[in-house]
Design a protein around this ligand. Structure first.
Ligand code: CAA
Length: 384
């Protein structure tokens, strides 16, 4: 067993850390306050090759492994989780799904620019459209329909909570084509945002990850050519589940970054702030909090890296990615609350960053499968 990162991993980690400090930290408070999408930051991330990190260079990607992805996600999420969620969705849910299951034509046409994160110098990213107003955790209950019309499908319905909703150019859309077949009647399609009948709804006003643009998207008689269906007829739900297993490594790493970012800020503050005649780090009440934070961060990191390693080894990582996600997201929530407590009154104001991390942490227990869904996946796996 080998617990050391390679030279290459350390270089990628440092590049991500420098990027977060130099490009994401300036303006992060204002972007959060005004719900400003971090377009410039994501464009620069694309220049570094981080929007298609794991895609093969044959398809415009950087050809890095999943361990590198976890390291980069952690560093960027320490500073701005609104940047890292776009990165995660584009890498794990969009590019990975296209590279793994798309046809050669689909990869050439759609994956190559998405992996580069740019097209004609403009931001070019994707979104994953599974959730609906009445289908969140219960993802098989798709109400969006894709009626087979011969050489095209007719798409109708509404999707909710879509990350990159307005900034994405390409949508991967799950829809029901044959309700009598249940989950086996669901298909997945590549849909271009500018096609007739596609409408982007209002931006959600969220508690956290406020820079990220979350929208509902509706489809009204959208004609989707048959060649834009990914995989065979009825493959959509399997596509969603397999893609989400990798996506959960991304969100687990985002939660890890939020947690370790809050822990590092609390540690730093405890060395500076004095109370009762000494730095607060000398008080056991603070020491115990820091000890628990450090332990939870380490556990979360190990779970994320284990899931990433299994994916890189082509092992089944469904169980480990759900374990990583449920643990890391719950650790992030706990650690960020404690980090605010260590900061006292200063933790409650924006300048010290920990209140934002606390608000950002909450979503990691909800999206890409709630903590309850992860426990369903874990218990099914250990009980089968
Ligand atoms: N791989 C392959 N196939 C799978 C699978 C997997 N990991 N998981 C399930 N399936 C198959 C099952 O084998 C089953 O097939 P059979 O009928 O042949 O047995 C079929 O899919 C249906 O599965 P279930 O019966 O297990 O379905 P269920 O209704 O009990 O639900 C669930 C299972 C785990 C709760 C699932 O619905 C789920 O993961 N829900 C959460 C959805 C989710 O994560 N949404 C996130 C939205 S995306 C997002 O948040 C992105 C973003 O913007 C940040």
């Amino acid at each position: 067993m080998q617990f050391q990162l390679t030279e290459e991993h350390l270089m990628i980690q440092k590049a991500a850390r420098d990027f977060a400090q130099n490009e994401c930290l300036p303006g992060v408070i204002e972007r959060d306050e005004h719900q400003k999408f971090p377009r410039e930051q994501i464009l620069k991330l694309a220049e570094l090759g981080f929007m298609g990190m794991m895609v093969s260079p044959d398809y415009g990607g950087a050809g890095m492994d999943t361990i590198s992805y976890v390291l980069a996600m952690e560093e960027i999420s320490k500073v701005d989780a609104s940047v890292s969620v776009s990165m995660s969705v584009n890498n794990s849910l969009v590019c990975w799904g296209l590279e793994k299951f798309g046809s050669e034509d689909q990869k050439q046409k759609y994956l190559v620019p998405l992996a580069q994160g740019r097209k004609n110098g403009e931001l070019h990213i994707g979104a994953f459209l599974l959730s609906e107003p009445e289908a969140g955790s219960d993802a098989t209950s798709q109400h969006t329909t894709a009626e087979d019309k011969g050489d095209y499908y007719l798409l109708n319905g509404t999707k909710n909570w879509i990350t990159n909703g307005s900034s994405a150019s390409i949508y991967l859309v799950m829809a029901q084509s044959d309700v009598s077949k249940g989950s086996k009647g669901i298909n997945v399609f590549i849909v271009e945002k500018n096609w007739p009948g596609v409408a982007v709804g209002a931006k959600e006003n969220k508690l956290g990850i406020r820079g990220s643009d979350t929208h509902s998207i509706s489809f009204s008689d959208v004609k989707v050519p048959k060649e834009n269906r990914i995989g065979g007829d009825g493959f959509g739900f399997t596509f969603a589940m397999k893609t989400l297993a990798g996506g959960r490594i991304g969100i687990a790493s985002q939660a890890l970054g939020i947690a370790s970012g809050a822990y590092e800020l609390a540690l730093k503050y405890s060395k500076e702030r004095k109370a009762f005649g000494k730095e607060i780090m000398h008080h056991q009440a603070i020491q115990f909090k820091l000890a628990d934070m450090a332990t939870k961060v380490e556990c979360a990191r190990l779970l994320c890296l284990k899931a990433a390693w299994e994916k890189d080894q082509h092992l089944d990582y469904t169980l480990s990615s759900s374990m990583a996600k449920v643990f890391s997201s719950e650790a992030a929530m706990w650690i960020t609350v404690e980090a605010v407590q260590v900061h006292g009154g200063y933790g409650y104001v924006k300048e010290y960053h920990v209140e934002r991390l606390m608000r950002d942490a909450k979503i990691t227990q909800i999206y890409e499968g709630t903590s309850e869904v992860q426990r369903i996946v874990i218990s099914r796996s250990i009980l089968k």
